[in-house]
Design a protein around this ligand. Structure first.
Ligand code: HEC
Length: 261
């Protein structure tokens, strides 16, 4: 008869199972909102509605397809000024938004063609009334900046560790035929949390690491799913341990041994 080193769900008091169930359900609910948040903040950045690798690249590393100003001048705003002026503005952006050129020539074009609508009094449109304001739409999109990434990193590391500690702790009461497999399922989320964060920074350097961001998210999500289902299943549906695993009083557990049971 094999010895067991964990306490199975079936040996827990009802109140403890209710506690675990409450925690799992609220965390699962939270996980759904987290997924929705990822969708809202990432999907569609590349122009198509679905969430894609490119969306992740744009979120962390920025877009190569030019600035908002260029996009507008090629698209919806192209009719607002004659073609030669349009070209001048685009060239000015591509050459690095020089301040002297703005003062001598380009500023007048904005003044004449754009400021009727794009002024400080209209809060719905980007103002183009000064050099500094024009720069805001002429900046290259470089994705999330390091400041933001560092802030979100520490929140993620602490927050997700709490969440996964709770879920894996509950799951550690489950019976798994292979103890090593159970351990793998427990460790993957923690590795994924770290891999995810490292991958955000690496994506800025090399776009291929967007795949690592997605892989880490998938690893976390699938382990969460497995732990949720197995724990709930063994708590409430299939509540018996297989015969050969032994009864509760054969559990080898330090707490139990110390308390003299
Ligand atoms: C008649 C009013 C009007 C004029 C004149 C006008 N715009 Fe716009 N502009 C808009 C409106 C409305 C939007 C928002 C809707 C849209 O994007 O089509 C907009 C959006 C923009 C955007 C933002 C696009 C984004 O990324 O959200 C930029 C940049 C822009 N315009 C630049 C210009 C420039 C440069 C000129 C002058 C050459 C100009 N606009 C002239 C009305 C105007």
């Amino acid at each position: 008869m094999s010895q067991r080193h964990f306490i199975h769900f079936s040996e827990l008091a009802l109140s403890r199972k209710v506690l675990f169930t409450g925690a799992l359900c609220t965390l699962g609910f939270g996980y759904l909102f987290a997924m929705a948040m990822v969708w809202i903040s990432h999907a569609g950045r590349d122009g198509s509605e679905m969430l894609s690798v490119k969306d992740v690249v744009i979120a962390y590393a920025g877009s190569d397809s030019g600035t908002r100003l260029e996009g507008a001048l090629k698209g919806p705003m192209s009719k607002m000024l004659p073609a030669n002026e349009n070209l001048q503005v685009v060239e000015w952006v591509l050459k690095g938004t020089n301040k002297e050129q703005f003062d001598s020539k380009i500023g007048a074009i904005f003044e004449k063609r754009c400021v009727v609508c794009h002024n400080d009094r209209n809060p719905h449109l980007p103002s183009l009334e000064s050099y500094e304001k024009v720069l805001k739409v002429a900046e290259k999109d470089t994705g999330a900046n390091y400041h933001t990434l560092i802030r979100v990193s520490h929140i993620h590391l602490f927050g997700l560790t709490f969440i996964f500690f709770i879920v894996t702790f509950i799951f550690s009461h489950a019976y798994f035929r292979r103890e090593w497999l159970k351990s793998v399922i427990i460790i993957i989320p923690f590795i994924s949390i770290c891999a995810d964060i490292v991958a955000w920074f690496l994506t800025k350097v090399n776009h291929d690491f967007a795949l690592m961001v997605i892989g880490a998210g998938a690893g976390m999500g699938s382990c969460f799913g497995i732990m949720f289902v197995v724990s709930m299943w063994q708590m409430w549906i299939s509540r018996k341990l297989p015969e050969h695993i032994g009864k509760g009083d054969e559990v080898i557990d330090e707490d139990v041994v110390e308390s003299g049971r």
